[in-house]
Design a protein around this ligand. Structure first.
Ligand SMILES: [Zn+2]
Length: 81
């Protein structure tokens, strides 16, 4: 499931999710996860350029990139026979 950057005129693939905690004035950068209407999807370029509002704190919680490789299983192979 590919999601695109939320910035206007940007067609890069989204890689980072920005979530906003308005009560604390806090912005959190995370690896893109499940689709969430409260999260802003940004590509890597726009995530790097993002500046939090004045007085807000920015937390980069992306951490090391994890690559999970699932072994490909043919849908019919398991049930065959
Ligand atoms: Zn972008």
């Amino acid at each position: 499931m590919q999601r695109l950057c939320s910035r206007p005129l940007c067609s890069r693939e989204a890689e980072v999710a920005l979530s906003f905690d308005y009560s604390r004035g806090h912005v959190r950068l995370e690896a893109l996860g499940d689709s969430d209407p409260h999260v802003l999807d940004l590509c890597a370029v726009h995530a790097e350029r993002f500046d939090p509002p004045r007085g807000w704190t920015l937390e980069d919680a992306r951490g090391p990139v994890e690559v999970i490789v699932l072994s490909a299983v043919e849908p019919g192979a398991v049930l065959a026979g």
